[in-house]
Design a protein around this ligand. Structure first.
Ligand SMILES: [Zn+2]
Length: 111
């Protein structure tokens, strides 16, 4: 039984406000946004963190990262945006399924 919240979102067991989806990647609005726009970009396969990635994930990681500016533009973040990947407990990671935080807009984050 998989208790991973993001895997449940990928599987449709939990709802999300999707903003992008393809065969490998899902992006959706964070349920507790740090800014006016706060999107999470995740791989559909379960990868615990960036520290668990290997060269076989290189293309996937590149595609995830390239989605950030595209989604930022689509959400009106014309002057810029932030991207954060928290890795491991010591890195502030709270959901242990790799995700890129992309956020910006008013209510700037203190993170
Ligand atoms: Zn997962």
């Amino acid at each position: 039984m998989n208790e991973c919240v993001f895997c449940k979102i990928v599987d449709g067991e939990l709802p999300s406000r999707k903003v992008y989806e393809d065969e490998e990647i899902l992006a959706f609005h964070d349920i507790s946004p740090l800014a006016a726009v706060h999107v999470l970009i995740i791989p559909k396969i379960h990868i615990t963190s960036l520290a668990d990635c290997t060269s076989k994930h290189q293309d996937l990681l590149g595609r995830m990262l390239l989605l950030a500016p595209r989604l930022a533009k689509e959400h009106g973040l014309d002057t810029g945006f932030r991207t954060i990947i928290n890795t491991g407990r010591g890195g502030g990671q709270t959901v242990f399924h790799l995700h890129i935080n992309m956020f910006g807009g008013d209510r700037p984050a203190q993170a």
